[in-house]
Design a protein around this ligand. Structure first.
Ligand code: MG
Length: 380
């Protein structure tokens, strides 16, 4: 019921509140169920993610993240996915609806033809990366369930190799920062968002509350390379282990200079969206941050991971604010990553799924088929 109320509120379909199921809502006019006989059946539903704390980056802040939950059904087996849409990526519930409505997945009668299906999804329109991830994740979940195996096993990874995950402490007043650090006590590594005038104060405030290792994400916030290098030297003394996207993604030459001279590894995030960006990042960054919502999902994420490893680059698996669905999907790759930043589900208060857990700060995969989640609410 809770989910249905959220959906109705999100879409403004209050007149339909008395209908008995989500399918009835879809059948009532939105035409979001693509069904024809034996093919794949795609469903989707908007779901607004409520953030526990106002989330502040270098250039913006917000209290919620629009999201769309998807399901892909084949002969009674259902896989789940989602598209998370932080506003700065330019995607929205409207863009997801437009993209997913344009797909004809019922033409595919064999979900194991993942290559063909996902090439089709990618070819429909350029961009729409989160939308494509929403289909990709659901397809992986579905195929994993049909195989009876989790994806980390299908890929041949050892779950014991999964790294600790960092937990993000957003920019805030010293009092709130200390409270957030106290809440983050179970995590072995904290992530700090920098890129404002108060950077040193922020790090000092965290250091007054914990000795845990830190990683920093500047979100392109530093524009002077010498100042950036000075900051990185200072951050190293403060127990920082790597620096994510210190400079604007367009500052390629400055960034290559910074990486060459930096005493800490640098990681490209905004600079590295999809597979072709990995090769371009070689020599510019020490490593890359892979996120499913940027790279269209698990299939391309796995390709990026493989390519980055072959180029001897570091790999971080990251996330947006998203539910345990996309987090558990990303976590399937984590055993082959140096660092994980998979706290997006922990930053929201209305997660409709349960999936991977963080135990003693470590990403802990479970032996459950697909992406390893179960529903806490009836959604589809
Ligand atoms: Mg980042």
């Amino acid at each position: 019921m809770n989910t249905r109320r959220n959906f109705i509120r999100t879409t403004g379909l209050t007149a339909l509140a008395g209908f008995s199921g989500i399918e009835t809502l879809f059948a009532a006019g939105r035409k979001q169920v693509k069904k024809s006989g034996k093919g794949l059946v795609l469903r989707f539903i908007p779901y607004d993610l409520q953030l526990r704390h106002t989330f502040t980056l270098a250039n913006s802040s917000r209290k919620n993240t629009p999201d769309v939950l998807t399901s892909l059904e084949f002969e009674g087996v259902t896989g789940y996915g989602e598209a998370s849409m932080p506003p700065y990526l330019g995607e929205s519930v409207d863009s997801v609806t437009r993209f997913l409505s344009s797909l004809n997945l019922s033409q595919f009668n064999d979900p194991f033809q993942m290559d063909k299906i996902l090439q089709y999804v990618d070819s429909v329109m350029p961009g729409y990366c989160a939308e494509k991830a929403a289909v990709d994740i659901a397809l992986h979940d579905l195929v994993g369930k049909l195989m009876g195996q989790p994806w980390y096993k299908i890929w041949g990874f050892d779950p014991a190799d999964a790294p600790n995950t960092s937990f993000t402490i957003g920019i805030d007043t010293p009092e709130v920062v200390r409270q957030k650090v106290a809440e983050a006590a179970p995590y072995k590594i904290l992530k700090v968002k920098l890129g404002q005038k108060t950077d040193r104060e922020m790090v000092e405030t965290i250091r007054s509350a914990t000795n845990a290792p830190l990683c920093v994400d500047v979100n392109q916030g530093w524009t002077d390379r010498q100042m950036a290098l000075d900051m990185i030297h200072w951050l190293k003394e403060k127990g920082v282990v790597f620096v994510e996207q210190p400079m604007p993604k367009t500052a390629i030459d400055d960034m290559a200079w910074l990486t060459e001279n930096s005493p800490l590894p640098t990681v490209g995030d905004e600079s590295v969206q999809r597979l072709p960006d990995v090769g371009k990042a070689k020599g510019v960054y020490s490593g890359i941050n892979i996120k499913l919502m940027k790279c269209t999902g698990m299939r391309e994420a796995h390709q990026m991971l493989t390519l980055a490893r072959s180029l001897n680059m570091k790999v971080m698996i990251g996330c947006m604010t998203e539910t345990s669905c996309a987090i558990s999907a990303a976590a399937q790759l984590s055993p082959k990553c140096d660092w994980a930043d998979l706290d997006g589900n922990l930053l929201i208060s209305n997660d409709p799924y349960s999936g991977i857990q963080v135990v003693d700060g470590k990403v802990t995969l479970i032996d459950k088929p697909g992406i390893g989640i179960h529903n806490l609410q009836t959604i589809f």
